[in-house]
Design a protein around this ligand. Structure first.
Ligand code: NAP
Length: 331
């Protein structure tokens, strides 16, 4: 069935300015790390993407290695883009990344110019795109000079293969250096993509302040700790969950669903209920409460999860008392 996007798609979404740039992002964006590979169901993937766009989610986040197998999320996205979203290209922000292992030999990993330029060409081909909106260096490379890696981002922007440059998982000190190099090159960094959730709060120790001061956007990934920060594991590990999937590639594993974590999840769940939210909604709202957050980057294995998660936008204000309670639970 051919797809026409919902006419009301822009009514329920909030759009936040990405740092001090001209670009606005939806407060909730969708990532294709898992559930969009060749091992997954293509029709389900299509339905998730359609529902997301119908709900005002204009930003889809990919990387060269998403799948499994690596590359297959981009291939599947390319198929769905061709059939469903091509006519909406100018309404979409599509990102991809390189930085983790992608192909054999010395040129398919880390941060050389050789790797980053070749990988983007491959990504564009897989997705059937002329350009991506954001191209990220996926993780810092301790061996390649930062000038070379940032130079590669600057190059692809100048070539028109990407509109903006971003970095992911850089610590504050190396992020500050990357920002300075990019600024000097004339391609200011648009955005930083760090892991951030109620369970992983490292960006509060300097990175968020740096991003706020520099006017650079922030799009946290795994805000639900891959599903742990929902009520889904409270009665055990469901068969259709990520923790039971054995997907590999960094996906949540059963051993990470510990009793100690679940004790906290249970208490957080009660707090969410008192706020009239599901735990998933409260966990996302908690990330969005800070105005320096440009967008929160969710994953989903079913369209209904996107619908549920989007309800976080109804209330992302927290009282002092609630924040204190959260602090006590997470100690
Ligand atoms: N830059 C990086 O290094 C990096 C690393 C990781 C991720 N990312 C990006 O961040 C995106 C999101 O990461 P993530 O998938 O780990 O995010 P997440 O939102 O923390 O976890 C998503 C998982 O949580 C469960 N879930 C989602 N909504 C739910 C709901 N409303 N109720 C109950 N369960 C729900 C689903 O698990 P089930 O599958 O169990 O149903 C879903 O697959 C990725 O797709 C990728 O774009 C970037």
């Amino acid at each position: 069935m051919s797809y026409t996007a919902s006419a009301g798609r822009y009514q329920g979404m909030e759009y936040r300015r990405c740092g001090k740039s001209g670009l606005k992002l939806p407060a909730v964006s969708l990532g294709l790390w898992h559930n969009f590979g060749h091992i997954d169901n293509l029709e389900n993937a299509r339905n998730i993407l359609r529902l997301a766009f119908d709900s005002g989610i204009t930003h889809f986040d990919l990387a060269n290695n998403y799948g499994p197998p690596p590359g297959s999320a981009e291939e599947n996205f390319g198929k769905i883009f061709a059939s469903d979203f091509k006519k909406y290209r100018d309404e979409l922000i599509i990102s991809t990344k390189a930085g983790w292992a992608m192909w054999d030999g010395p040129y398919g990993d880390w941060g050389s110019k050789k790797y980053l330029v070749a990988s983007l060409d491959q990504s564009l081909k897989r997705m059937g795109l002329e350009y991506v909106d954001i191209y990220y260096h996926h993780r810092p490379d301790p061996e390649t000079p930062l000038e070379e890696t940032m130079g590669a981002l600057d190059l692809v922007v100048r070539q028109g293969k990407a509109l903006y440059a971003g970095i992911s998982s850089y610590q504050p000190r190396e992020a500050a250096r990357a920002f300075a190099i990019l600024k000097e090159l004339g391609t200011p960094c648009l955005i930083h993509q760090p892991r951030y959730s109620l369970f992983e709060r490292w960006i509060e120790n300097g990175l968020l302040d740096l991003l706020g001061d520099e006017g650079i956007g922030c799009i946290p990934f795994s805000p639900l700790a891959q599903g742990l920060l929902t009520d889904k594991y409270l009665q055990g590990i469901p068969k259709d969950s990520r923790a039971a999937s054995g997907r590999g590639n960094g996906a949540l594993e059963g051993v990470a669903v510990t009793q100690a974590k679940l004790e906290k999840v249970k208490k957080l769940n009660e707090l969410a209920q008192n706020r009239g939210q599901s735990l998933a909604q409260m966990s996302l709202a908690w990330v969005l409460k800070d105005p320096r957050i440009s967008s929160v980057l969710i994953g989903a294995s079913k369209p209904e999860q996107v619908t549920d998660s989007l309800q976080c936008l109804k209330n992302y204000r927290f009282s002092e008392q609630e924040l204190k309670k959260i602090g006590e639970i997470l100690q």
